[in-house]
Design a protein around this ligand. Structure first.
Ligand code: WT7
Length: 656
């Protein structure tokens, strides 16, 4: 974010008080803040009893005696799948639609809670028949189809943590994640629909498993696109065959509250993705509570739509576990917003009378660019709450979202959280908070957050620093899969009493929190987290690359864009005059190593990289170059002529 934008942000004086009619029906109340302040553990115990059904009630709330390793509700037992499915059927709501599923080509399927119940039981038995049980893990690599939800819930039902890998990740990235979690089974599909064409998934699984020492014994394959797939009889099983052979009833067993529910890999500051792991009771409590009070989901009358992919934590908490625990009706959409036309989202809202929409700023900015006349063609009057997640939302996009999509009145909840936090942490409560465009505002009831300086002291209003979380929370990560030391080091070493989130933040004059982006080597591109180091490693794994440095440059559409500076190996640089060939080759190489989302927007071939005397790359200077600014203070460079070399090289046309 540039300094001007920052200055504007902090002088935001628009404020939108809640509409009394909204307040009258809202789940969130001012009293929740007071209750949480008065008795923090008692507050969370209340939420755990309100939103979750326990097969064995808990008597303990928080155990922080082994900090920073938390236990919540430790002597309680529950089954997450029972909470998301069975209990709604038992309460007579089996005919209620859980998922209005919409395939990209236009095929649709309504899945009721009774349907989910039937399928999750079959799938739980099918997975058990494959030999899965407690102690195993399953990787899920699926498009946005109902089977993805069924697969996750079936794993939860039998106590086998799932590791969902986003379908846009490459075979290489899938392999790393499978190996780290030692997954015994992979659940995938022949393919999924993407911008009008079937795109294959199974070949990436085959390639990922092409290692003698793979942990994977079986691959379950959902037939989605009908495309041809290579088949290994000893290993591959069709999902529909396994379901047809499975017994129809499965009685859910209670799991200990701290039983692992899932692992989800996310980019950190090193090349190796981190396996964030979450457990059952605290996670489910916070997912359901936040979905109720922040999105204001009322299962009896709302149609909720979260546009995230289930491959990200947003899909875990706010498509699968939160809304289904509440018994809500939601839209699940397989495709992209511009297929077959740029009004697709609004057509879906109109047809399904969506009342709550949760999406990312990058999507909102794209819709703005496409023009307000597109949503204007559709009836969006059903919408009553809007949500934003994944990156800071600029006030212009916020106002557009409210006016054009929200009819000038729908409250917007700008929700700050992370894969690690498991659930929403900082957000306005609709019906309670007076909204400030562009600010996530305050920690929600039950959450402690602060902005601190280098010493770990809270900054006064009007000042900036680092965002920290000051108290353990129920949905917090319980660690990094197989690497407890890295968990402590990454999150709890800078200030041992606080969780360090990795984000910069400011407090305005009223104490509202404004998120300012990452302060570490993590980039945020279209709300997706990417590691500079991971992309640098991918680049240097190419035989023509000697060295590389990656920065996230400001980008109007995607928030940040990946810009790579690359030094070629001797002899590789003169393959063509303007480097276009090698630049394309390297971009494709990154897509192959990590996935298309990590493809650098620009690759600049340079003769040198700016380094300090201790050899640290000065990314700040590279960011200046990437954002077309005057290069800042370069006095700590080991060789001050390097920046001149880079600039001269660039002006002679090595940009793509
Ligand atoms: C990082 C976490 C939370 C699910 C999606 C991303 C950034 C997230 C906001 C927001 C400003 C935000 C932060 C955070 N972020 N939400 N409302 N305002 N920044 O999860 O991939 O784990 O990324 O996303 O930088 O640290 P994630």
């Amino acid at each position: 974010m540039s300094n001007e934008t920052l200055a504007n942000l902090l002088h935001e004086d628009r404020s939108f008080p809640p509409d009394p009619a909204f307040t009258a029906q809202a789940n969130g109340t001012a009293a929740l803040y007071a209750a949480a302040d008065a008795d923090y553990e008692g507050f969370w115990a209340d939420q755990a009893r309100t939103y979750v059904t326990w097969s064995k009630p808990f008597t303990q709330v928080l155990d922080w005696s082994n900090a920073p390793f938390a236990k919540w509700f430790a002597d309680g037992e529950l089954n997450a799948a029972y909470n998301c499915v069975d209990r709604h059927v038992e309460a007579g709501r089996g005919d209620k639609v859980a998922l209005h599923w919409i395939g990209e080509p236009g095929d649709t399927r309504d899945v009721t809670y009774a349907d989910l119940h039937r399928e999750v039981q079959l799938a739980a038995n099918a997975l058990t028949d494959l030999g899965l049980g407690k102690g195993d893990t399953v990787a899920i690599y699926l498009p946005m189809i109902p089977e993805a939800v069924v697969a996750m819930l079936a794993c939860a039902r039998i106590g086998v943590p799932h590791s969902v890998v986003f379908g846009g990740f490459s075979a290489e990235a899938l392999n790393t994640r499978i190996a780290d979690a030692q997954a015994k089974v992979v659940i995938t599909a022949d393919g999924g629909w993407r911008r009008g064409t079937p795109s294959a998934l199974k070949p990436a699984v085959d390639a990922a498993l092409d290692h003698a020492d793979t942990s994977v014994q079986k691959v379950l394959v959902v037939r989605r696109t009908g495309q041809d797939v290579a088949w290994n009889d000893a290993r591959d099983v069709w999902w529909h065959d396994a379901m047809a052979a499975a017994s129809p009833t499965h009685v859910a067993q209670g799991m200990e509250a701290e039983h692992p529910l899932f692992i989800l890999y996310t980019s950190g500051t090193t090349g190796k993705p981190k396996g964030i792991f979450h457990t059952t009771g605290g996670y489910l409590t916070q997912a359901a509570y936040t979905n109720a009070v922040v999105h204001d989901v009322h299962p009896d009358r709302d149609v909720y739509w979260c546009t995230a992919d289930i491959g990200w934590v947003t899909g875990h908490s706010y498509i699968v576990y939160g809304p289904l625990a509440l018994g809500a009706t939601q839209v699940l959409y397989e495709g992209t917003p511009d297929t077959p036309h740029q009004g697709r989202f609004w057509e879906i809202v109109q047809q399904n009378k969506v009342t709550i929409l949760y999406t990312a700023p990058t999507a909102i900015r794209t819709f703005m660019k496409w023009g307000s006349d597109i949503p204007a063609k559709f009836d969006l009057s059903s919408i009553r709450v809007l949500g934003s997640v994944g990156e800071p939302i600029n006030p212009e996009a916020w106002m557009w979202y409210r006016d054009v999509i929200g009819g000038g009145s729908a409250p917007i909840v700008d929700t700050w959280w992370q894969t690690e936090t498991g659930g929403i942490m900082i957000s306005p409560l609709p019906g309670v908070t007076s909204l400030k465009p562009g600010s996530a505002q305050r920690p929600i009831p039950g959450i402690g957050a602060e902005v601190v300086d280098d010493m770990g002291d809270p900054v006064p209003n009007g000042h900036g620093g680092y965002l920290v979380l000051t108290k353990p929370w129920p949905a917090m990560l319980r660690g990094l899969w197989g690497d407890p030391a890295r968990y402590v080091e990454t999150y709890w070493s800078r200030w041992p009493q606080y969780y360090f989130a990795g984000d910069g933040a400011k407090k305005d004059d009223e104490g509202n929190i404004w998120l300012l982006g990452r302060v570490d080597d993590v980039m945020n591109v279209s709300g997706h987290r990417l590691s500079t180091t991971e992309i640098e490693s991918a680049l240097v794994s190419h035989p023509k690359v000697a060295e590389s440095a990656v920065v996230g440059a400001n980008d109007e559409m995607t928030g940040q864009a990946v810009v790579a500076f690359v030094i070629l190996r001797a002899g590789a640089s003169h393959a063509d005059d303007d480097n276009t060939g090698i630049v394309e080759e390297l971009r494709n190489h990154v897509a192959k190593e990590i996935g298309p989302i990590a493809k650098p927007k620009r690759i600049l071939i340079v003769p040198e990289l700016p380094k300090t005397r201790s050899g640290k790359i000065m990314r700040r200077l590279l960011r200046d170059v990437a954002e077309g600014r005057q290069v800042g203070d370069a006095t700590t460079l080991a060789d001050t002529s390097v920046m001149d070399l880079i600039k001269t090289g660039l002006s002679s046309g090595s940009d793509d």
